[in-house]
Each structure stands twice: as C-alpha cells, then as structure tokens.
Design a protein. Sequence first.
Length: 145
Amino acid sequence: MPGSLVGISNSEHHPEPIKSYFDPKCYIMDFEQPLINDIDTLRDEKKENGKRGRRPGRRSSDKSDIKAKLERSRQSARECRARKKLRYQYLEELVSDREKAVFALRKELEMYKTWSQELDLGHIPEGLPTLLEDFGTLKKEKNNN
C-alpha cells in the first residue's frame, strides 16, 4: 500500500499496521526510501575517505623521526619519574615532621597529666615553678610592650 506506515501487522484486532513510536523509519513514506539509501551510501563513503588513522605509504626515512620521538618519550618518562620521586620524598618529610610534632605533644600532655595528679595529691611537681616563672616573665614582657 503506497504511503502506508511500516510497522507490525496485527490483522486480528487492527486491519492497519500498528505504528512503532520507537522506530523513526515507521514514519517514512515509500517515496522517501531511495533518498535515505542515498544518504546512507554518502555517509559510508565519508567514513572511507576520512583523515583519521595512520596514513599508508609512509617513507622509511621517517624511522629517524620515530627514533627521535621514542627518545623524547623516554626522556619525558624519566623526568616524570624523577618528579614523582621528589614529590614522594617531600610528602614523606612532611609526614615525619608531623609525627615528631605529635609525639612531642603527647609527651607534653603526659607531663601535664602527671603534674595534675601530683597537684591533686598536694605535691608540687618538679619543673612547675620554673614553668610558672617563665610564664610570669613572658606576661610581664607582654604588659610592658
């Protein structure tokens, strides 16, 4: 039937074919079909004549270019590995410095805990008077400025 929709025929319930909303070709009229075939062949020809991929017929004199390219790539990889190594060394130094600071703060915290326990028992801990004197001189210097 010219001009009819292309689709699934269900003659029991529907005398005309059922349209498929998912298939855009079901809306194509019979006279449009040759035009679509021409477009498909043009698209296939474009794919064959495209500029992508390796070009055949390269000269063997380009081997020196390929060797130079490989050497540049290797040199770049060496430099990248060196930068990576330096970056990790720097990060390891940062981590070790932070760990040392954490250990020093833990040691100081333990010292203050023991001083607190000794003060609760009524004893004056060793080193507390000098700390208080140092703190007093710092406070006086701050007030004078």
